[in-house]
Design a protein around this ligand. Structure first.
Ligand SMILES: Nc1ncnc2c1ncn2[C@@H]1O[C@H](COP(=O)(O)OP(=O)(O)OP(=O)(O)O)[C@@H](O)[C@H]1O
Ligand SMILES: [Mg+2]
Length: 368
């Protein structure tokens, strides 16, 4: 068990800086997820923690030790990769026992540790099998088992589920959560999948282009994204963005553009005072069909044409065009929407987001 501290960590390859000023404290027993688009530096950062990449600048601490110069095997960590090659000629038991055997751990102790890990991972009936006799999910669990038997103080996982099919990923996700609760070990988990990040993480680091964008709980990332990047990356389907002008009218502030007018709630108006333009952000869940909202007498914000309807079961996603803009709205299923139909929209403006045109920073949920 240990905390992991990254103090202004930097990674360069030649003249190219891949990870910039990465400053983060990971608490003891925390489940921390690094998420971001391909190439943003997630694996590089994880590999620096593991000791598989040199650190160009900054200080890395695991527990109360500075480990920049400590070799991987002495860092008390275990890593599970995306391509967790198991030894094909060894049984599940031997695969899990292998690293302990190398370290000359006594046989009885190895047996105890492997059996304990197998119980946790529900592999106890499969210990004599070879990897080729296992399903993808079972192989994945053996890879985790190899890490667990070493009883590390920090677990590092780099996209461990990305070779599995969609259904198996969901069930393995639950198993990893359970594993974390059971082992009570610090875990750092890399993924480019925001759903995986949201469901697993105590906290999430959203990265882009080698830079930390925001470190927060899944809830806060979703409700209070600090900039356009985080707002667009977290949440599925992604948030709608619209460039709007701000106009005072009859004592209220409005967001307007061609064929579009929405009243800004009073609690946000003061924070936006003095600005002429913003980028308005609205999640698809907060865009509604005016016809379904008659009782609430909300003002119609805009009218558009339905371009595409995606049926998802409990809800339908409508891709709507109005003027030269596109919007996605998530509607509860029940009403049959058809491409080509006109639709009038209302927005839940209480849930609006606003971003600065130049800096892309959130204007409503400023972080410290
Ligand atoms: N040895 C290397 N030399 C030069 N550039 C490298 C090296 N290794 C990685 N990079 C670059 O560093 C950047 C970050 O790579 P990294 O593997 O950390 O990305 P990632 O966030 O894990 O992406 P993915 O989701 O695709 O795995 C990429 O642009 C990559 O091309
Ligand atoms: Mg990677």
């Amino acid at each position: 068990m240990a905390e992991v501290r990254l103090k202004h960590i930097r990674k360069c390859y030649g003249d190219t800086t891949i990870v910039k000023d990465f400053d983060l404290d990971i608490r003891d027993k925390e489940f921390m997820v690094f998420v971001g688009p391909s190439g943003c530096g997630k694996s590089t950062t994880l590999r620096m923690i593991a000791g598989l990449e040199d650190i160009t600048g900054g200080e890395l601490c695991i527990g109360d030790r500075v480990v920049n110069e400590v070799s991987p095997k002495d860092r008390d960590i275990a890593m599970v990769f995306q391509n967790y090659a198991l030894y094909p000629h060894m049984s599940v038991y031997e695969n899990m026992a292998f690293s302990l055997k190398l370290r000359k751990v006594p046989k009885a102790e190895i047996r105890e540790k492997v059996e304990e890990a197998a119980r946790i991972l529900q592999l106890d009936q499969l210990l004599e099998r070879k990897p080729k006799e296992l399903s993808g999910g079972q192989r994945q669990r053996v890879a985790m088992g190899r890490a667990i038997v070493r009883n590390p103080s920090v677990f590092l996982m780099d996209e461990p589920l990305s070779n599995l099919d969609a259904k198996l990923r969901v069930s393995m996700r639950t198993e990893i959560s359970r594993l974390h609760q059971r082992l009570q070990t610090t875990m750092i988990y890399v993924t480019h999948d925001q759903t995986e990040a949201m469901t697993l993480g105590d906290r999430i680091v959203v990265m882009n282009d080698g830079i930390i964008q925001q470190v927060d709980t899944p809830m806060n990332l979703y409700h209070h994204p600090c900039n356009l990047f985080v707002a667009g990356f977290i949440g599925n389907p992604p948030m709608n963005f619209l460039q709007v002008e701000l106009k005072q009218q009859d004592g209220s502030l409005y967001a307007v553009r061609d064929g579009f007018q929405a009243q800004i709630p009073a609690q946000y108006a003061s924070q936006l005072e003095g600005r002429e333009r913003i980028i308005l952000g609205m999640r698809p869940d907060h865009v509604h069909d005016a016809e379904m909202m008659l009782a609430e007498k909300q003002e119609i914000v805009c009218q558009g044409t339905i371009d595409v309807v995606e049926m998802l079961g409990a809800e339908s996603l409508l891709h709507i065009e109005y003027g030269d803009q596109k919007l996605v709205a998530s509607m509860p299923s029940g009403k049959a929407y058809k491409p080509g139909n006109q639709i009038s929209l209302v927005f839940t403006m209480d849930r609006m987001h606003a971003f600065d045109l130049d800096t892309a920073r959130s204007l409503l949920y400023e972080q410290d």
